[in-house]
Design a protein around this ligand. Structure first.
Ligand code: CO
Length: 322
């Protein structure tokens, strides 16, 4: 899990993906025939082949906060970068690119939550002091340590460094004649933006988006069939996409034939890169493999190591056999 730890430790809120794409580039160098970034910062690692043109996508950005105002006492006001749950914010730590740590506080005493009443405290005593460390427009990511315990991983940014891990391990191990594009997409959390231009440029015949999905297995969780530890989730649909029947059936039969634990996923809120890839150009047969994840969009997301490995196996088989 050393690679996953390295991937999650790297801060890359949407639009600030340079560090994570550099890290991934260094990791996959030597496994791809061609590696490049495009205008939106997507990192593409291509493994050339004479077969089908297949795009595998995992977003590498993460949710965060952006500084909108600094008051005279040195407190920072902020807005969200991606979907933040207000309940996850109070008293949490965030880290800016220069290493500055902030604690999120709120003016409200009761359980009511409004981002407009929240602030980031970087320990500055005045606006002047704060401005030495942070400027308007600076982004910060959650601080959240990495643990492996009882076969589960707990960390910040498993959304979607777990997906990046799946793509990297697939690229390292795949043996295929297909023309494979491994794309580490940008700005997914703010509206599936990087994947759109990447798919337009690559014009794949088939695509697979690898991302995380919710689970329905915690006390009083909403009814959802996905459970931690029950295997790779094969996406049926989310709000952004109804997956290609051909891709979905291929994933299910590959899982069955190779003894890979799988489950079917319908996520009623949230989308993935598949949502924009599938209607690019004249359309792309697109599916998804998801890593079941608890406490999504928090500094303490949780996945199962077995599920993660099942996703790697299934993504590799898909790349080789579609
Ligand atoms: Co997300």
């Amino acid at each position: 899990m050393e690679l996953l730890k390295k991937l999650t430790a790297c801060d890359a809120p949407s639009g600030n993906e340079e560090k994570i794409t550099e890290l991934i580039r260094a990791e996959v160098e030597g496994y791809a025939d061609e590696i490049y970034t495009d205008a939106l910062g997507n990192l593409v690692a291509r493994k050339k082949g004479s077969g089908k043109r297949v795009m595998l996508a995992a977003h590498c950005d993460e949710i965060g906060v952006v500084v909108t105002f600094i008051d005279e006492k040195g407190f920072l006001r902020f807005s969200d970068v991606g979907g933040l749950y207000l309940r996850n914010l109070i008293n949490r730590k965030v880290r800016f690119e220069n290493g500055t740590i902030g604690v999120i506080g709120t003016e409200e005493e009761n359980e009511k939550r409004a981002m407009s009443k929240m602030y980031i405290d970087i320990g500055a005593a005045s606006r002047e002091e704060a401005e030495k460390l942070v400027s308007i427009g600076d982004m910060a990511a959650f601080v959240g340590d990495f643990y492996v315990q009882n076969g589960r991983v707990i960390s910040k940014a498993l959304d979607n460094r777990a997906g990046c891990y799946v793509l990297i391990e697939t690229l390292k191990n795949v043996k295929s004649d297909n023309d494979l594009y491994f794309v580490f997409t940008t700005q997914e959390e703010v509206g599936l933006r990087g994947a759109r231009t990447a798919a337009y440029a690559i014009k794949p015949e088939y695509a697979l988006s690898v991302d995380i999905t919710d689970t329905g297995d915690t006390p009083k969780a909403p009814k959802m069939a996905v459970r931690l530890g029950e295997g790779a989730a094969v996406k049926v649909m989310d709000y952004s996409v109804i997956t290609s029947r051909e891709v979905r059936e291929s994933l299910v039969s590959l899982a069955k034939d190779n003894g890979i634990k799988y489950q079917l996923e319908i996520m009623t809120d949230g989308g993935t890169d598949a949502g924009v890839i599938h209607f690019t150009g004249e359309g792309v047969k697109t599916g998804g493999i998801s890593i079941p994840t608890r406490y999504i969009h928090s500094p303490s997301e949780m996945i199962s190591v077995d599920d993660l490995n099942a996703c790697v196996q299934l993504a590799k088989l898909f790349a080789e056999n579609i």
